[in-house]
Design a protein around this ligand. Structure first.
Ligand code: SF4
Length: 710
């Protein structure tokens, strides 16, 4: 009998609810073949975030379960340089022996682990434990470093806690003004826009983006305002808004006096950012800036939300901090019907940054350098605190060390397609090629898996149990609907088998519920406390927002009475526009802005294998303003080359008046010579270590045909 399984989408952090119904017997293990139908049907399910809706990525997600290109057995690179199928014992024995050898020769830190923001909470937790106990390495970090680190750093600095949305998403329904900074939710998470309807109806949807995106178009016809600043000037824009709010006495003085510290320093820091100066820097008219500030202050229930567009910069933490300062001065965070939030992107981008796969962190969002935190986690793990290595290095630094003297010689990759999603991809490819051992766990032979020495095929979302934490900080259940193909394994099992082979005596459960029970204990008393949550609670459908201490009812809304700093007060932090090594476009150059499309998710390793999605967006393109194209002698559809000192990308030109003439947009979902990240810089934010993805200078040349310059 086919029993429907209530679960959630495998892709983004909205985690839309869906029901999977097997079309074959759930216990039947069928081989992938061209003729194999999707083994489950997908239906949207009513849930507060998506209200039954799914985007086309969610609707088509089941097609990957039996995709012909799915890996069905471990692969090991042979003496002939090719990957060959082998057995699980052989593959795991090889990995364990190589890790032992490299560790003995060069120390445990010569072995690195790279995780992902799409891993379940159980996998993220066990991966951190595996790295620190089974390998003994400090060299673990994850791809969330590319997404959420700046917003997280800003949230921790201001509020003392980092939960992307400190309120349920439904709260946005009652808003009359919503400021969206650098986020294109209409394409990245379409069901989200249902929550913008109230603000649209009140004429209060304000979108800040250098492109007139699908989200920006939601402001048309009197429903709001689209503000189009020059790329890389978001911080100046926000400082200008704060200047106006203070100058025009729009500050919520009582709130600032009773709930914050740091006002004077912020006031001084924005004194010179008068509107006309901001106009000259950003290109946004002073009149528009004043109108915007007044709307935010007097527009009723107001929310300010940030996304990667303003965060993925070398000054991303300060930019997110400025957005928080603006929200605090207006008295928004913690007030009923108002607030500040950041929109997490990856499926478990929130939970993935709480349970120990970050280089500086232990489960429960604990700091790895905190002796009490180390003692607590060591008790749960049954080891002496000194057994747990100290802090490692963040993702970009870890990748820069690959194959270098004193650096990482072996790398284990889970849930990441590094040679598409990392900045400065050419350097990452070189680093991976210099490794003694690259092990990749994936469903498909992604661009990174294709470079590996060992590829381990793993289960997909519909074939496994676990939990995810959505962009609201709500913990939800992922449920198994069908059996996986015979040749693949769950990553919990892989980690347990490797730990056993490495002689680790700590417990590595393979049952997700047992792993979650351990995670609960490890997180207890931490910032992200899950101790009051269990699978029975989640199965009952009760909402579970962290912090959820044992015996409590969880925390749907944070900050109502106090912030998470010891004194209960939020920090207003003065930030300033600094002169970075960010090069300015010269003659014939424009600023490259990277981003996402409706049809694809992150590196595209999955969505590029769904025919309907690939047919709609088969290749990378360079979206540029017609005036830019004319200046460069480029026509719509021309093959073009984008180049800078880091690399070259070949794609076609698409002309659009929706982008500023000083910018070009390229989606980052594609690999090989179309990888937009061949052009991005691995310079990082000094606080969060997030790379600069959004403002890189490129030169564009028309090609006569693919590969041939005009
Ligand atoms: Fe899945 Fe996100 Fe689309 Fe919802 S919006 S169906 S979670 S990809």
């Amino acid at each position: 009998m086919s029993v429907p399984s209530p679960t959630h989408c495998p892709y983004c952090a909205l985690q839309c609810a869906m029901t999977l119904t097997p079309t074959v017997r759930p216990d039947v293990v069928d081989a992938a073949s061209d003729a194999a139908p999707a083994p489950v049907t997908v239906a949207g399910r009513d849930f507060p975030t998506n209200r039954g809706g799914l985007c086309k990525k969610g609707w088509t997600s089941a097609e990957l379960l039996r995709a012909p290109s799915r890996l069905g057995a471990p692969l090991v690179r042979g003496a002939d340089g090719a990957l060959h199928e082998t057995g699980w014992d052989e593959a795991l024995d090889l990995v364990a022996a190589s890790v032992r050898r490299i560790s003995a020769e060069s120390g445990a830190d010569a072995v690195g682990v790279f995780g992902g923001g799409g891993l379940t909470n159980e996998k993220a937790y066990l991966l951190g434990k595996f790295a620190r106990l089974a390998i003994g390495t400090s060299r673990i970090d994850y791809n969330g470093r590319y997404c959420m680190s700046s917003a997280a750093a800003a949230g921790n600095r201001a509020f003392g806690v980092d939960r992307g949305l400190p309120f349920p998403l439904e709260d946005l329904d009652g808003a009359s003004t919503i400021l969206l900074l650098g986020t294109n939710v209409a394409e990245t998470m379409p069901p989200f826009i249902g929550h913008l309807a109230g603000a649209q109806a009140a004429g209060g949807l304000i979108v800040v983006d250098p492109r007139r995106t699908a989200t920006a178009r939601l402001t048309e016809e009197g429903r709001g305002l689209h503000v189009q600043p020059a790329p890389g000037t978001d911080l100046a824009l926000l400082l200008g808004l704060i200047h106006i709010v203070i100058a025009e006495r729009l500050v919520d003085a009582d709130y600032v006096a009773t709930r914050t510290v740091g006002f004077e320093a912020v006031r001084r820091s924005v004194a010179s950012w008068w509107p006309e100066r901001v106009q000259s820097v950003t290109g946004v008219a002073a009149l528009t800036l004043r109108r915007l500030a007044r709307r935010l202050a007097g527009g009723g229930n107001t929310y300010i939300l940030t996304g990667r567009g303003v965060e993925q910069h070398v000054d991303g933490t300060d930019t997110a901090t400025a957005a928080i300062n603006l929200a605090l001065l207006l008295g928004l965070p913690g007030r009923q019907g108002s607030g500040y939030g950041t929109l997490t992107g990856q499926g478990n981008g929130q939970g993935g940054r709480e349970h120990g796969q970050k280089c500086d962190q232990l489960p429960g969002y604990r700091k790895i350098v905190d002796p009490e935190a180390r003692a607590h986690v060591a008790r749960v793990w049954g080891v002496h605190p000194d057994t747990i290595p100290g802090p490692g290095v963040p993702a970009v630094e870890l990748l820069q060390s690959l194959g270098r003297p004193g650096g990482v010689r072996a790398l284990l990759v889970h849930g990441s397609n590094l040679v598409v999603s990392s900045p400065n991809v050419a350097a990452v490819r070189e680093g991976l090629a210099a490794l003694d051992l690259l092990v990749v766990c994936d469903f498909f032979l992604s661009e990174t898996a294709a470079l590996a020495d060992v590829v381990l095929p793993i289960t997909q979302w519909a074939e496994e149990e676990g939990t995810m934490t959505s962009l609201e900080g709500r913990v939800i259940r992922r449920r198994r609907a069908i059996a996986p193909p015979a040749g693949v394994r769950d990553e919990l099992w892989i980690l347990a088998e490797l730990a056993r082979r490495l002689g680790c005596v700590a417990t590595f459960d393979t049952d997700p519920e047992l792993v979650f029970e351990e995670l609960r204990l490890a997180s207890e008393g931490g910032i992200a406390d899950y101790s009051g949550i269990d699978y029975q609670l989640l199965d009952s459908g009760a909402p579970a927002y962290w912090p959820y201490p044992r015996g409590s009812a969880g925390t749907p809304r944070l900050f109502a009475d106090r912030f998470a700093h010891p004194d209960g007060l939020a920090r207003l932090v003065a930030v300033s526009v600094r002169e970075f090594a960010r090069p300015k476009p010269g003659d014939g150059e424009v600023t490259l802005v990277t981003g996402r499309l409706l049809e694809h998710y992150q590196s595209g390793a999955q969505t590029r294998r769904v025919p309907e999605l690939l047919d709609a967006q088969p290749a990378a393109f360079a979206s540029m303003h017609p005036a830019t194209a004319e200046r460069l002698g480029i026509a719509d559809g021309d093959p073009v080359e984008l180049t800078n000192p880091r690399g070259t990308v070949h794609c076609v030109a698409r002309l659009s008046p929706d982008i500023r003439p000083d910018a070009v947009f390229v989606p980052f979902h594609y690999g090989d010579e179309q990888a937009a990240n061949l052009l991005t810089s691995d310079a990082v934010d000094p606080i969060s270590a997030m790379p600069e993805f959004k403002t890189n200078v490129v030169r564009i040349t028309r090609l006569v045909e693919a590969g041939v310059p005009a």
